[in-house]
Design a protein around this ligand. Sequence first.
Ligand code: NAD
Ligand code: ZN
Length: 256
Amino acid sequence: MPEATSAADIEAVAALLREARSVVVLTGAGISTESGIPDFRGPDGVWTKNPDAERTATIQHYVANRDHRVSSWANRAGSPMQTAEPNAGHLALAELERKGKLDTLVTQNIDGLHHDAGTSSERIIEIHGTVRDFACLDCTDRGPIEVVLDRVREGDEDPHCRSCGGLLKSATISFGQALIASDLERAQLGAANSDLFLAIGTSLTVYPVAALPEIAIQYGARLVILNAQETPYDSAASVILRGGIGDVLPRIVELV
Ligand code: NAD
Ligand code: ZN
């Protein structure tokens, strides 16, 4: 269990939020663990438990290896991500927007739960894509993932594109795949324009997203980190909160 967070720290972050002109929030897998979706690097993380999975999480491996695609689609069809519900942490960020204190929400998560919680779509940048859609790796075909998951459930183990025959994948960005340039640019501009940057539930180790706090600080923003474990940016943060996100975040937002 993460250690408790003091009332003074919670009030300190609420005060920073009240004073802020432009708030950018970056979330990672840690905000969704309380919705039943494991993170990668936490104590119960997918990669902490199975280090081999990290080595195969690349686009090159996906394209070259039919068995890997078959197991990826089978896992996707039965994944807790398809049925998960937003938790108190996601809901608190939607409330922060209603209070006029959320400029941009950059999420590394692919689970779509910030949308479900009610944060406006135009404020969300899903920088690593989404599992809610499929995409063809060869043409521009894209659509709701359910269409492809139905094919998988009906026995099509490695579904191909109906337009061009190319390989299909969830519309997520794997290691080895480029980010969408316009999304990254928007996230970087948001960070540069912010005066308060909150990093929530992320180990801050996946680049180029992990450079966003650095950009924010360079342009004069304060950094707040809410994460159960240490991050490489802890020494640059104005406040570090180690408690559980679903507990701490609503208490902060209530005071804003
Ligand atoms: P990460 O696994 O590297 O780090 C998550 C961090 O959150 C850990 O340091 C952990 O200690 C902390 N954490 C977990 N639960 C917490 C809680 N309840 N309260 C406070 N802290 C908590 O995750 P990352 O930095 O997002 O990088 C992993 C990559 O994996 C991302 O790029 C993302 O695309 C992907 N991913 C996404 C999901 C999802 O969509 N839900 C799940 C797993 C991985
Ligand atoms: Zn295609």
